[in-house]
Design a protein around this ligand. Structure first.
Ligand code: PEP
Length: 249
C-alpha cells in the first residue's frame, strides 16, 4: 500500500534556533506510525534537525539541491551535501523555484538525476497558474510538466518519487483547491502514470496535494481516494496545526 505522507515546507522561515525549537516541538507532539512525516527545512538546519527527530516517524527534506554535482558554483548546495546531513528527501520543482529562480524542466532533470544518484527521494512539485486553470487547460499543463521531467525516468527511478500537485493560485493565498478539484487532478496524474509505467506503479506512487492545506481542511482533502497526503507551507510552521494535519487521515 502506498505511503501516506505529510511534508512541511518551511521555505525561507526560521533562524536556526527557531527551527530547532519548532522541530523539537513537532517531534514531541507528532505520534504516528502510519503516516510518513517530513520536515522540509532550510539547508543550514538539516544537520541539527536530523539529530533531534525520531527518525522512525519523522524524516527531513531539503527544499532544493544544485543542478551540478560539485565545483565552482558559489552558494549552491549539492545533492551529495544534502545526503551527508542525513536528510532523506529533497523538494524539487516547487513553483517558487520555477517562478523566482528560473528553474526549467532541463534544470529539474539534472537535479532529479543527482538527487536519485545520491539516494535522496525527490518530492517533485507540479501545478498550474490561475490563468491556465481559468482557461480550463490545467490537466494538459500538468501532464506536460510531468512528460518533460519525471516521465523521462526509468520505471525503477520513477518508483522512488513522491509527487506533489500544488496549484500556484492556492499556494500561500488561503485559497485552497476544493477537495473535488484536487482529487480530479490527482486522479488524472495517477491515470497518466498508469498509462506510462503501468497500474502497479501508479497504485504505489504517493501523490500529495499542496496549497493552503491547513488544520481545518486537511480531513476533507485526505478523505479523497487519490490524495495521499499534503505538502504544507504556512501551517507547517505551527507545530499544533501541523500535528492536526498529520492526524487528519
Ligand atoms: C507550499 O509552498 O508548498 C505550500 C503548499 O504553501 P502553503 O501551504 O502556505 O500554501
Amino acid at each position: 500500500m502506498r505511503k501516506k505522507i505529510v511534508a512541511g515546507n518551511w521555505k525561507c522561515n526560521t533562524t536556526l534556533q527557531e527551527g530547532v525549537a519548532l522541530a523539537k516541538e513537532v517531534n514531541s507532539i507528532v505520534k504516528t506510525s502510519d503516516v510518513q512525516v517530513i520536515l522540509g527545512t532550510p539547508f543550514i538546519h538539516l544537520t541539527e534537525v536530523v539529530k533531534l527527530v525520531d527518525n522512525k516517524a519523522i524524516a527531513v527534506a531539503a527544499q532544493n539541491c544544485a543542478a551540478e554535482p560539485k565545483g565552482a558554483f558559489t552558494g549552491e548546495v549539492s545533492a551529495a551535501m544534502v545526503k551527508s546531513t542525513g536528510a532523506q528527501y529533497v523538494i524539487l520543482g516547487h513553483s517558487e523555484r520555477r517562478g523566482y529562480y528560473g528553474e526549467t524542466s532541463e534544470i529539474l532533470n539534472k537535479k532529479l538525476a543527482l538527487a536519485l544518484e545520491n539516494g535522496l527521494t525527490p518530492i517533485y512539485c507540479c501545478g498550474e497558474a490561475l490563468d491556465v486553470r481559468e482557461a480550463g487547460k490545467q490537466n494538459e499543463f500538468v501532464i506536460n510538466q510531468l512528460e518533460e521531467t519525471i516521465f523521462k525516468l526509468s520505471a525503477d527511478d520513477f518508483k522512488k518519487l513522491v509527487i506533489a500537485y500544488e496549484p500556484i493560485w492556492a499556494i500561500g493565498t488561503g485559497k485552497t483547491a476544493t477537495s473535488d478539484q484536487a482529487e480530479d487532478m490527482l486522479k488524472t496524474i495517477r491515470e497518466a502514470i498508469a498509462a506510462k509505467y503501468g497500474k502497479a506503479i501508479a497504485d504505489e506512487t504517493s501523490i500529495l496535494y499542496g496549497g493552503s492545506c491547513n488544520a481545518k481542511n486537511a480531513k476533507e482533502l485526505f478523505a479523497k481516494p487519490n490524495i495521499d497526503g499534503g505538502l504544507i507551507g504556512g501551517a507547517s510552521l505551527k507545530a499544533e496545526d501541523f500535528n492536526t494535519i498529520v492526524m487528519s487521515f
